[in-house]
Ligand binder design. Structure first.
Ligand SMILES: NC(=O)c1ccc[n+]([C@@H]2O[C@H](COP(=O)([O-])OP(=O)(O)OC[C@H]3O[C@@H](n4cnc5c(N)ncnc54)[C@H](O)[C@@H]3O)[C@@H](O)[C@H]2O)c1
Length: 340
């Protein structure tokens, strides 16, 4: 297959490396709003570089959209209109209306869209989902999630990220839905600023804590921070009446036990590209199989929208200092039609 990559930044370069050595990829073409970036990634992986328009005109067999978030909905809609299957990085858009418009375009064209929630392909999250389905925890009552980035994004990227809830915690919301098989009914979200004024000035919290109530009444907490120099730390703990399980707790977890029996530790994870390297590769391998009709889509567009609704509810909760039902956000025009 001939695959196009749109967006040759940090994650676009990583995806290019994955696709360049995949047996089902005969050739790769890379485009970016910045032609210098496109060329650099193309040269590194034996690919061709072109403009975004020329890439679409050349009608590749599929595209991987890894541009800045604001461009996702337009690129997703364009791929759908041209009948080109698309994989799109998260989050699907900066705002709900744009996400809805893009998904409506995909639905209208009968297009194929896979969303990049790579934790669905991580060994630990997969095991957590299985253990719950097999009843291993007994009756689940509490889920605790942690998401810590070593440092904030570069100042220029801060206004482009969509904020901590849409940019980072959206992965926790998807993982929570996917692992438990439940919807998130209500959120109560808080935010704080402990670091650079750049985030505060952009109206973004750099540290967050939310309590999420699932449909069955299970309680979940999610915390996140952009200031965790100890390393990249993404974890999920599942506590039930019979047992308790942890995802992301290992020798590379940047968490120092203070008791004498503590295990020796290895170098902490520096970032998501290392921690989730295998999962990023697996999600693209799955996408190539989906494009060839060899497996069902493991993460359709509506999964991105559902997680985004939770992030939007958190933003409202943070702003208005109150618990927010996710249903309240789902009243936004077009959401129910896209989810139907
Ligand atoms: N799934 C994950 O864990 C994960 C990890 C990292 C990034 N991401 C997402 O991937 C996307 C890219 O993140 P990044 O860290 O690589 O950012 P980045 O800033 O390193 O790269 C973004 C690239 O997009 C290009 N770009 C911007 N607008 C464009 C347009 N209209 N057409 C083509 N190219 C355009 C920029 O020139 C830049 O090269 C973001 O949406 C981010 O949220 C997801």
């Amino acid at each position: 297959m001939r695959i196009g990559i749109i967006g040759a930044g940090r994650i676009g370069a990583f995806h290019a490396a994955t696709l360049a050595v995949h047996d089902d990829v005969a050739s790769l073409v890379v485009a970016d709003a910045d032609p210098v970036r496109a060329r650099k990634v193309a040269v590194a992986h034996g690919a061709a570089a072109t403009s975004v328009d020329a890439l679409f005109r050349s009608r590749p067999d599929a595209v991987v959209i890894a541009s800045a978030t604001a461009a996702h909905p337009g690129l997703v809609a364009k791929a759908a209109r041209l009948g080109i299957p698309a994989f799109c990085e998260t989050p699907p858009a900066l705002d709900l209306a744009a996400a809805v418009a893009a998904l409506a375009a995909v639905a209208g064209a009968g297009g194929l869209l896979q969303v990049g929630f790579q934790r669905r392909f991580d060994e630990g999250y997969g095991a957590a989902r299985r253990v719950l389905r097999e009843g291993g925890a007994g009756r689940l009552h509490t889920v605790r999630m942690v998401g810590s980035d070593p440092a904030p994004p570069p100042p220029a990227s801060v206004p482009l990220s969509g904020g901590l809830y849409r940019d980072c915690l959206i992965h926790d919301f998807d993982a929570l839905r996917w692992v438990t098989g439940e919807e998130i009914a209500e959120v109560h979200a808080l935010g704080a600023n402990v670091g650079s004024a750049v985030l505060l000035d952009a109206g973004d919290a750099d540290t967050a804590a939310a309590v999420l109530t699932l449909d069955s009444g299970v309680l979940a907490t999610a915390t996140a921070t952009r200031y965790h120099a100890a390393g990249y730390d993404v974890r999920m703990e599942l506590a039930g009446t019979q047992d308790q399980f942890a995802v992301g707790l290992g020798s590379r977890t940047p968490l120092t036990p203070l008791e004498a029996e503590a295990q020796p530790r290895r170098a902490p994870w520096p970032g998501s590209l290392d921690r989730f390297a295998a999962a990023y590769r697996a999600e693209l391998a799955a996408f190539l199989r989906v494009v060839q009709g060899a497996q069902p889509n493991p993460c359709e567009g509506r999964e991105g929208l559902r997680a985004m609704l939770v992030a939007e509810a958190c933003e409202i909760s943070l702003r208005e200092r109150r618990p927010v039902r996710v249903d309240e956000v789902a009243l936004t025009a077009g959401v129910r039609e896209v989810l139907a």
